[in-house]
Structure formats: C-alpha cells, structure tokens
Design a protein around this ligand. Sequence first.
Ligand code: SAH
Length: 232
Amino acid sequence: MGFRSLTKQVLSEWDGEEGSLKEETDRKPTSRSLHDQRLQAVVSALRQSGAESVLDLGCGEGKLLRLLLKARQFHRIEGMDVSYGELTKAMNRLNYEDLPPKQRERLKLWQGALTYRDQRMNGFDAAAVVEVIEHLDENRLQAFERVVFGCARPATVVVTTPNADYNALFDRMEAGTMRHTDHRFEWSRDEFRRWTEKINSEFQYQSRIEPIGPVDETYGAPSQMAIFTYGD
Ligand code: SAH
C-alpha cells in the first residue's frame, strides 16, 4: 500500500467519533487501526511502568479498559468520563453486569470531570489520558494540569494526542482545519514537546515522547504519546 493510501486509510478511521471505529474483532490482524495501535502502545507503557492500579481519564466507551482487564498485572482499573452516555456504552461493551465477580471487582466506572479536583483520582499508580486533552478548551488546560499532575500525582501519566504536523499528509484536509470537529486544538510535535517540558518543570515530572503509527520522515507519526514519570 502506498503512503498516500495508507494515510487515507488512517484518516478514514477518524470519520465521525473515534468511538465509531469498527470493533477489532471485525478487522484482519494485518490492518490494525491507528486507534488499536495507540491503545496497544498505551498498554505497553503502562505495563512497563509496573503499575498495578490504573485510572483511565476520559475513558469513552472503554476500549482501553477492556485491554487493561486482560492484563493480570492491573489489580485495580477505573474509568472516568464526563459523559454519562459514554459510560453507559462502556458498561455495555464491557458486559459489566455479566463479568465474573473476580473481574468485576477489579473494575469501576464513574462520572467526573478532568478539570475539577476530585479525591477519587488519588492513590493510583498510573493514569491514562488517551485522545482527550485536545477536547478541552485551551483555557481549561491549566485546570486539568493542576488536577492530574498537581493533585492526583500518579507516578506514571500517559497522554496521547494527534500530531498536527502529520495533517499535511491528509489530502482531504484543508490547511488549518482539524481532524475532528470537537477538537479545540491539535499540537505539532514541537508544541507537544514544549507542553511536556512545562509540565516537567512545574510539577517535577520527567517525560519522554514516542510516535504512534507509521512515521513519515518529514511530518512524523499521526499520533504522539508522552510518558510522564514522577519520583524516580
Ligand atoms: N479515551 C477514549 C475516548 C477519547 S474521546 C479513547 O481513546 O477511545 C474523548 C473523551 O473525553 C470523551 O469520551 C469525552 O466525553 C471525554 N471528555 C471530554 N472532556 C472531558 C472532561 N472535561 N472530563 C472528563 N472527560 C472528558
């Protein structure tokens, strides 16, 4: 497959909400969607961190939660979202009511907001914030930073967001537009790196950034992931 058609395929997976992506069971293993690759990268980072408890902030319909449940390393898994509709979808997709009691004990879903301090966010080894920050108004981003990095302060925080540099490769996107109508911003690799450096200096975290998806020499990968660690 040529690079253009690959990027077209990647973009077509963004049509509508990412939540409307096909189930991975419908897909051939050779054509893993970008979102599946992203979720796998997040799970690997969380596994490597040694975390046993994970909070998925902005969990949406629970795709990451489902993967986390499969890994025995994670004893306590919680998903939080502001949208009751998404949480209901997650409960259904995870078959929450029919999970064996041992599995159900490991999992909890609750409604909350990322921009308000909340004690329920405390005490986790790690937090995942997957494709969520770009949905926050830029003037609420600081509140999010204080809530997650300042108050909840898990030892590991994994954040993913689109790489705006890569948008240049999508023929169907006009310059200056975004991948999703609900995105309030999309950051270039440089903007994301500068944001991670600001978090590090303000909240005493350390971080590294990894690309997600096929890497273009000029524009990088479609998605970017920062892994923050505290207290090493
Ligand atoms: N992490 C999921 C969903 C990403 S879509 C995934 O990768 O599949 C973004 C999600 O963030 C939506 O479910 C939306 O309801 C949630 N969200 C947006 N603003 C939020 C806020 N302020 N607090 C909590 N969740 C929020």
